[in-house]
Design a binder for this molecule. Sequence first.
Ligand code: HEC
Length: 436
Amino acid sequence: MQKRTLLIGISALAAAGCAAVASGPQAINWDKIPSTRVALFHPGQSSYQWLRSDAHKGAAKEVQRGDSCVSCHDDAQEEQMMGSKILKGKHPLEPETAALKGRKSHLDVQVQAAYDEKNAYLRFQWKADQPGTEHVYFRFDGKEWKKYGDTVWSKGVKEGKQPALYESRLSVMLDDGKVPGFAQQGCWQTCHNGMNDMPQQATAEEVAANPLLKATKKTDVRKFLPATRHDPSTWKSGKSVEEIAKQKDAGEFLDLMQWRGGRSAGIGMADDGYVLDSRESDAGKNMWAGNFDSKSKLPKFMWDEKKAGYKAIRAEQLHKAEHFLDPASNAVPFAADAGWKEGDLLPGNTISRSHAAGSAADNNAISTYKDGQWTLLLIRPLALANKDDKALKPGAVYNVGFAIHDGNIDGRGHFVSFAKTFGIGTKADIQALKLN
Ligand code: HEC
């Protein structure tokens, strides 16, 4: 499987006209580039609000005044201890211990970086029991096509009605110094009560009644920056759309890049988004699209048997190989009369370079799963000029936070790192070396 992933990554990049790629990232000798261990841990529901409350013993005042997390959480094994305490210690920050039973509470990732005239390269290696390249499917039950698979803590999986099936992800949040507090408190600036799976999760009625979320056509509360609210202690106090547009023009947002095992890896890409008043995709189009027609209640595409060797897969084949469905390379329009059998599975999304466009299509990725470990090379062009991107420049230092979703989970069920610095040819926790 790993060979196939690698080949797909390279050919997809070549197809996209990245002429430099065959000699570029492939030729980097990573043995010569220093590697930094970054520890990630299960954060439970440690929201912006919890961190500033008395429940965060003796630390509320310090966090409020902007002290860095690691000014106190500074033990060499800190992340490991925190993750274990939250996940395994009947901690008030984790109400879902039953659904999360047996899961890892922390995860290390080795990070390396380099750059040349065109791109910055971030290389990640981490252990994963399962590749996590399968996402949600549709299953033929003999009569109809129904959703198949969900996250480990979804109702369907908890009740035994759905198998656990959800893509793994590696996410990078990046700040160029314009987001107050990110250098000190990292991703925790964006995580708030009221969000999905967080305390006081907003109801549909509350969302519908909120002026900002109404104006921005949102149906739930997602990550946001404190500066987009009049009173950061509540998601409800959103500033006006005009004020937020000014913040965006001034670059007061975080870049958020996500490599997705199911919805971007197969075609050699990572998505590109940002966090300001909510989590948004960059302008343009993402590399995935829904594969279900809500009118006909049928999938839109199936595999091209001539190219893929099958028109659908069966449950036994899940996790055994990469199964992406790309209309530009291995899929054809769905045919209702193709002789479907009960138990046939088709992916819930198609993914394709031909779907992706504009600023949302900036990031490439080459990923390989081998011997229980992912190696991911994230390729980010330097000096992007889009309004929704942070432009990476040689000589500059950025603040970054990393997250990994592993084991069929979404939302807050990720491992998260404290903030680190990332320097392009400059001294930092993670230093990108110039390639020559
Ligand atoms: C002033 C020191 C201080 C600062 C700053 C601080 N913490 Fe804490 N934190 C603590 C203490 C003390 C505990 C409680 C440990 C205990 O209960 O045994 C704690 C507990 C936690 C816990 C619960 C798990 C555990 O180990 O008990 C989380 C999660 C946490 N802190 C996250 C953060 C984050 C994220 C930041 C930065 C935004 C931060 N802390 C900043 C002192 C601090």
